[in-house]
Design a protein around this ligand. Sequence first.
Ligand code: SAM
Length: 431
Amino acid sequence: MILGVQLSCELLRCDAAALADPEVVRAALGDAAAQAGATLLQVRVHAFPSGGVTGFALLAESHLAIHTWPEHAYAALDLFTCGSCDTHAAARAIARSLGAEQVHTVASPRGPGASQTGDDALPGDGVRPSAADDARAGDANAGRANADRDTAATAATWYSEPWAGHTTFQLRGGAPLLEQATPHQRVLVIDSVGWGRVLGLDGRFMVSERDAFFYHEMLVHPALVTAGSIARVLIVGGGDGYTASEVLKHAAVERCVLVEIDGAVVDAARRLLAPDPSPWADPRLEVRIEDGVAFTARLAPGSFDVIGVDGCDPVGDSAALFDAPFFRACQRALTAQGVLAVQCESPFFMPERFRATIGRLREVFRHVRPYFAPAPIYASGPWGFALCSDADALEPLVARGDAIAGRTGYFTPAIHRAAFALPPYVERLLA
Ligand code: SAM
């Protein structure tokens, strides 16, 4: 049963003077209540000396609440009405009163029926760790399965991630185990239902315990079964430890340097995430907390055999990880037979980003081979990667693949070959 609708609205490019005026905000709330057909009980507003107003309208049908940031020409709305009120009409009225040029809204049905997803069994029961998974991952997963049952019983929060401005991916989880604003980003760790423990950065789901093997095995193993040597491996980004965990499965790796810009991500990962095997105590691993772009630019030619770039989307600190100058620095830091592996975003949800990244790589490297793998938590279908090198040949070495047989959930030599088969829509995109 749905009793009402809640709207979380971002009002963008508003009239800053209106946002700073408590009387304008008061009138906007009153008018919105009328537009929604609600019964107004009370309106309270408070103006902050530094500018900005906070306020709410108490309704018989619940509430309309607002907080404004004139300095950002931005206001956040939290509106909920039950019964037959028109919450969207209230949102439109406030947006109009404050001169918002753009509005983003997340509408959530509210009521006892709102959180029911089908039979309310654990979503994706099929993904629950199988006996084989438990055996492979030992206690960690079994323990996690029990934690999942507990989480399922108590998890009442839907965490949303907007995708490409037209789709939202949501998962249900418990209260945050960690929520921290760092100089670089907002770090979130939760126990979820159906995905195990999840790391989020700036509102984006980065990795879940349950699906981590897809993306990380496919970022790492195609490069490590192909490069001439794999003694020295550099990981740029990857503070969650899952990429390093896959790299260190290879006994032939002598040194693995992980360069992560945000120490808080590594701290959170060490404390709360459980890559299997855990990389942190491995003597071959060297963790450096600094900007990977600056680190790579300082490297002497031929310093590494393999470089894996496990950054976030091309925004903020990660933007430069998709640019030609960084790719050139990687080329210089690699040996002649060295291989670069890069995550290239989704060719389906972000075709332009994918196409542009492959284009920049092709400006730098002799060989650039796009490939794909599912990454369930990146809710866009096949995720794009690229294997890049100036080496004479880029053929996988069977012995390297055999060396990790039985220790992967997705990667095999056959999957390796299949991953490089480009579907026609990608051929056309890259043509
Ligand atoms: N697999 C995830 C993805 O595809 O979106 C990425 C996960 S990993 C946690 C990404 C890490 O890259 C983050 O911890 C972030 O702090 C780090 N990072 C972003 N820009 C960086 C840079 N310029 N140098 C080093 N690390 C960086």
